[in-house]
Design a protein around this ligand. Structure first.
Ligand code: F0G
Length: 456
């Protein structure tokens, strides 16, 4: 049996959930056009759609919210957040934003010119979208091993350093306004980046005078992977490791809805004073005054508290054991997953689980429909529907056909995960009966949120 570390908390407030019966699930799916984004959350039993903003806050965070200062300018809440930001991230300046993509938007607004390129290990889709929206070109330079779902290595989110340097020379420094790296690499299975790789990436960016921004969404989980796996870090605290990681960069964007442990929030942080002036101007236009960004004072307080909670070792040990446990149960049941386990999500290999379906029959979408139909579980397709190109009725398929089950923080218990594993084991047993899916309507951009399907 895989090991599960008991939750380092007990439950003080409950949110009832219900498993509606199968006929009702069938009806709900039909009404949603067989797209789980169209379901009402009331009709979902276990919601693994995302770990973003869906976690539970602590009593300390709720208490901190009560002390929120809603002053338009210079609120106490801002300075409490600033103290946490200075301590953990150490950048000279920062602005709060309403979420991660707002920070990306502002960064692109102040630095990116049309035709320029931005490298990363793998950009998340909102980052990619923000770069493209300004006429830029996102480039993914993760080490090739990231594309092999079975390959096991400690830091599968690492950047390919040789490819990065070759790419910089080929692209020309004048065409690269800034470089990024995503920790952990969400688009590549939630895999961590090592400190050695961060150092080498930082050195390269500095050699070419390219400002280096970290996408810090899951920085605490990345720090803990470094502690567990990288020589020399076993005796350091996650806070010390986080401080070292950010000391290597010139700034960071963050969706605080992940390791900020809040339901809404984000920030853009940076060292460059002249750039910060332009960031503030853009922020005032789009988000709000620089001491609140897009957030309420109470949100800033919840975040100031949450940033430290995410770095607690007992929490991180439990957090990683959750995904490792669920992966272990799925391995035992022979359900194909992306290896090794990341922290925030488990990625199911739908093409391998449903080999009787061709890629045109959208096995990822079919699996996400089955998860809901069989168990009231909501998980997201990250395959052809999300990333495939469709031109004149012909698909160009992405490398992988995955379904992501993300784990909201401090929300579900071991028995919920056992339930998910049991439902998936049942799906595997009757996989051959699962039918393909046809897309009957799709918007041009960000298709997977609103596309409509029918069963084949
Ligand atoms: N960067 C990464 C690595 C992300 O995972 C996300 C969001 C963002 C940026 C954007 O942040 O949503 O606050 O605007 N990821 C969520 C997810 C949506 O489900 O993985 P946001």
């Amino acid at each position: 049996m895989p090991q599960y570390i008991p939750e380092p908390f007990r439950i003080k407030m409950v949110e009832p959930i219900h498993l509606i019966d199968k006929a009702a699930r069938q009806r709900a799916l039909k009404e949603a056009g067989y797209n789980v984004f169209g379901l009402r959350s009331e009709d979902v039993y276990i919601d693994l759609m995302t770990d973003s903003g869906t976690g539970a806050m602590s009593q300390e965070q709720w208490a901190a919210m009560m002390t929120g200062d809603e002053a338009y300018a210079g609120s106490r809440s801002f300075f409490r957040l600033k103290a946490a930001m200075d301590d953990i991230f150490g950048f000279k300046h920062f602005v709060p934003t309403h979420q991660g993509r707002a920070a990306e938007n502002i960064l692109c607004a102040v630095l990116l010119k049309p035709g320029q390129s931005v490298p990363s290990n793998m950009h998340f889709d909102t980052t990619e979208g923000n770069i493209r929206a300004r006429g830029g070109i996102p480039s993914n330079l993760v080490a090739q091993i990231a594309y092999d779902p079975q390959a096991e290595t400690d830091f599968k989110g690492n950047m390919d350093l040789e490819a990065l340097e070759a790419w910089i020379n080929q692209t020309g420094v004048e065409n690269i306004p800034f470089g990024m790296i995503t920790i952990t690499n969400n688009a590549g299975g939630g895999q961590p980046v090592s400190m050695a790789n961060l150092k080498a990436v930082s050195k390269l960016y500095r050699k070419y005078k390219i400002p280096f921004f970290i996408d810090a969404c899951r920085y605490a989980e990345n720090a803990y992977f470094i502690k567990l796996r990288e020589p020399g870090y076993a005796d350091k605290t996650p806070l010390e490791i986080a401080q070292e990681m950010f000391s290597l960069a010139d700034g960071a964007t963050m969706s605080a809805k992940k390791d900020g442990m809040v339901n809404m929030g984000g920030f853009l942080a940076l060292n460059d004073a002249a750039l910060f002036e332009r960031v503030k101007a853009e922020l005032i236009l789009r988000e709000g005054f620089p001491t609140y960004g897009g957030l309420s004072g109470r949100d800033l307080d919840a975040l100031a508290t949450g940033l430290y909670e995410a770095l607690r070792e007992d929490y991180l040990a439990y957090r990683l054991s959750q995904s490792e446990y669920l992966c272990g149960r799925l391995r035992e049941a022979g359900v194909p997953i992306v290896e090794p386990a990341g922290a925030h999500a488990i990625y199911l290999n739908a093409a391998e689980l449903l080999p009787h379906l061709s890629r045109e029959e959208l096995p990822g979408q079919a699996l996400s429909i089955s998860l809901y139909l069989e168990g009231g579980i909501r998980a997201v397709e990250l395959g052809t529907v999300a990333f495939g190109l469709l031109e004149d009725g012909k698909w160009t398929f992405p490398a992988l056909e995955l379904v992501r089950m993300a784990l909201p923080r401090r929300t579900y218990t071991q028995s919920h995960l056992d339930y998910v594993a049991d439902v998936l084991a049942g799906i595997k047993d009757k996989a051959a009966q699962i039918k393909g899916v046809k897309m009957i309507h799709a918007p041009e951009l960000l298709r997977h949120f609103t596309a409509q399907f029918e069963l084949a």
